[in-house]
Design a protein around this ligand. Structure first.
Ligand SMILES: Nc1ncnc2c1ncn2[C@@H]1O[C@H](COP(=O)(O)OP(=O)(O)OP(=O)(O)O)[C@@H](O)[C@H]1O
Ligand SMILES: [Mg+2]
Length: 605
């Protein structure tokens, strides 16, 4: 782990530690901090940061400023006399504190199972070394009789299951393992569904006889109907007392430590959550390792409160999985293409960077993208080389156009889980791009901005669609929260899902609101305004906006900028028809002539 001025950067958990106290921070500010800490003592330009963290996506530079403010607050830093983050005006930032590696860096602990295959698919796990080390340490504690409850969280496809699989495989014969899977929609109707599944598996395992016996003796209502026992009497959930099961599990673990895995707890029922809570709270020594994964949990889902409660009391550990680093994605790509044993040169230049950029560190996305590239034959084996190497059939630009089918389906499913209102809000946000302020959504939906902010805040609390980006200061002095899509692909799918007329209408309303907000200073938002008007099909208005911007730029002697705006305006004017077009093109040429000091002799359109 990297250390600096009393802090430790925990990349495994996306947090920092100060004197043993965990300081949580949202994923994006954490990524910024991580980048700074990993590149100390030199100027990091805005562009470098944006390129490294949000390659290929437009992010309002303001986002960076907000993150720096947040980080300074968190580190107790002072912009005027920085101990950590120095702002180099108009250029970027410099991380000025001394950074050192704390002990253990680079070790490969016995729990580092990165070479272990990730379960069913036989895929080898890449990256996640720190997470595995941490899990290994917790497992050791559990084996020593200090029960552990661990929540593994992160967005869909980030590798929660893969991590838990690797952990379970690494446990070997010395451990008993019982897994239960929560299922979407079962929470209301099937109380304890994942617990019963886990107990069934435990009893049905090769050496499950003893566990089954203990259950029968200590928690008879739980053992009926499981694994090898026959159903002798019907059992209701009220007979199933959580305390009995906890005691039985502790007893089972006494001879052989026991790992209980619950997958996708955001779909879990309340009774199951209470049971896990009880396991975490009991004080008796027990060789129990409870690992629960969770993805998106609604604000109202009891899992959220339960986790926070346990965390606050230090009765559980939390591991949040962030994106895989570039080198891990690169290894994953090579592995997917069967190239892990061959040299770098067997893959087309830029391929792994392309995949990393689009997958944004999400392994499921990365795998789906590679699959898509080969299925569509963008990426083909090179016959000239005994098909050992791969080559590109076209340029990267063509590939940019598509979202792989599998991902599109997955994202559509995720979107479908949102309420209709949430879908509308995010759809309206997608009209703004990767980052969107609440005022724009409010304008598009003709709703009150405060209500939108509340809805977005609730959404941002659920992993993993949008997160809070900071605040926009509006010309009238009010502030508006803005949000950032966690993945460009989510934004893309939402935007695509909008009917063309609705999309155009929302763009039109946002342009109108921009116009009201910047009345008299329209030049300040010329490009944004033109963009929205263009998307709304209002070419004429878009040309107006750009021309206004260009005129202002000329007045303040920014001739280069004026020219760029006019060139854009000309491109748009071409979309007009007939006389209107000729007229506007002539006008724009005249305006250009003014800027350059040249007279245009023929105003040919
Ligand atoms: N570190 C990794 N190395 C190699 N492959 C990985 C890694 N992490 C995940 N994968 C692969 O990516 C895919 C998605 O991972 P996984 O199913 O573990 O994600 P998840 O977080 O459990 O997703 P969900 O929220 O849908 O349950 C799987 O095919 C898995 O094998
Ligand atoms: Mg999973």
């Amino acid at each position: 782990m990297k250390q600096f001025g009393g802090f430790r950067l925990d990349t495994g958990n996306g947090c920092v530690w100060r004197e043993g106290v965990r300081i949580a921070l949202p994923p994006r500010p954490f990524m910024v901090l991580r980048y700074l800490v990993e590149h100390p003592g030199r100027l990091i330009t805005h562009d470098e940061l944006l390129d490294a963290l949000w390659p290929e996506t437009y992010v309002q530079p303001q986002v960076l400023r907000t993150y720096m403010l947040e980080l300074r607050k968190l580190l107790g830093d002072d912009a005027a006399e920085p101990r950590f983050i120095q702002t180099l005006t108009k250029r970027g930032y410099c991380f000025v504190a001394r950074v050192s590696d704390s002990e253990g860096e680079g070790d490969r602990g016995p729990g580092d199972t990165r070479q272990e295959a990730t379960a069913a698919e036989g895929r080898r796990m890449v990256g996640r070394d720190e997470e595995m080390r941490r899990l290994h340490a917790l497992k050791e504690r559990a084996a020593g009789g200090h029960r552990q409850v661990i929540f593994v969280g992160g967005e869909a496809g980030i590798g929660k299951t893969a991590l838990v699989d690797a952990l379970c495989e690494g446990l070997g014969d010395g451990w008993g393992v019982a897994r239960g899977q929560c299922v979407d929609g079962f929470a209301e109707t099937e109380e304890y569904y994942p617990v019963i599944e886990a107990m069934s598996r435990l009893c049905a395992a090769g050496d499950g006889e003893r566990a089954c016996g203990v259950l029968e003796r200590m928690a008879p209502a739980w053992s009926r109907g499981l694994g090898r026992t026959n159903v002798t009497a019907s059992v209701t959930n009220s007979d199933r007392r959580p305390g009995d099961l906890c005691a039985a599990l502790e007893q089972i673990a006494e001879q052989k430590p026991l790992a209980l895995v619950f997958e996708d707890l955001h779909w879990g029922d309340e009774a199951t959550l209470h049971l896990i809570g009880a396991l975490a709270r009991r004080r008796a020594p027990a060789k129990l390792l409870v690992v629960a994964t969770w993805g998106a949990a609604g604000a109202e889902h009891p899992l959220r409160a339960m986790r926070q409660n346990l965390l606050m009391r230090q009765l559980c550990e939390e591991l949040m999985l962030g994106p895989l680093p570039r080198d891990a994605v690169s290894r994953l790509v090579r592995q997917e293409l069967g190239q892990e044993k061959l040299g770098q040169e067997t893959l087309p230049a830029g391929l792994t960077a392309f995949v990393h950029q689009h997958a944004e560190g999400n392994p499921l996305f990365a795998i789906a993208i590679v699959e898509h590239l080969t299925a569509r034959r963008f990426l083909v084996r090179d016959d000239a080389d005994d098909a050992r190497t791969w080559k590109l059939a076209g340029g990267f630009e063509e590939m940019e156009l598509e979202v792989p089918e599998r991902l599109a389906q997955m994202i559509e499913l995720e979107i479908a889980r949102l309420s209709a209102e949430e879908q509308r809000i995010l759809g309206a946000g997608s009209v703004m791009g990767i980052a969107f302020p609440a005022w724009a959504v409010a304008a598009a939906l003709e709703q009150d901005a405060a209500g939108i902010e509340e809805a977005c805040a609730a959404l941002a609390r659920r992993v993993h669609f949008v997160e809070r980006g900071g605040q926009d200061e509006l010309p009238d002095g009010t502030r508006s929260e803005f949000y950032v899509f966690v993945h460009g692909l989510y934004r893309e799918m939402l935007y695509r899902g909008l009917a063309a007329t609705r999309r155009a209408e929302w763009h039109r309303r946002i342009a109108a609101r921009l116009g009201e907000m910047f009345r008299g200073r329209e030049w300040a938002v010329a490009r944004e305004m033109a963009g929205h008007r263009e998307a709304a099909g209002a070419w004429d208005g878009a040309v107006d906006a750009l021309e206004t911007g260009a005129r202002h730029a000329r007045e303040v002697r920014e001739h280069g900028e004026a020219r760029l705006l006019l060139e854009d305006a000309l491109r748009l004017a071409e979309k007009l028809s007939g006389e209107e077009r000729a007229e506007r093109v002539r006008g724009l040429h005249r305006e250009m002539g003014r800027g350059s000091g040249l007279r245009i002799v023929s105003g040919k359109a």
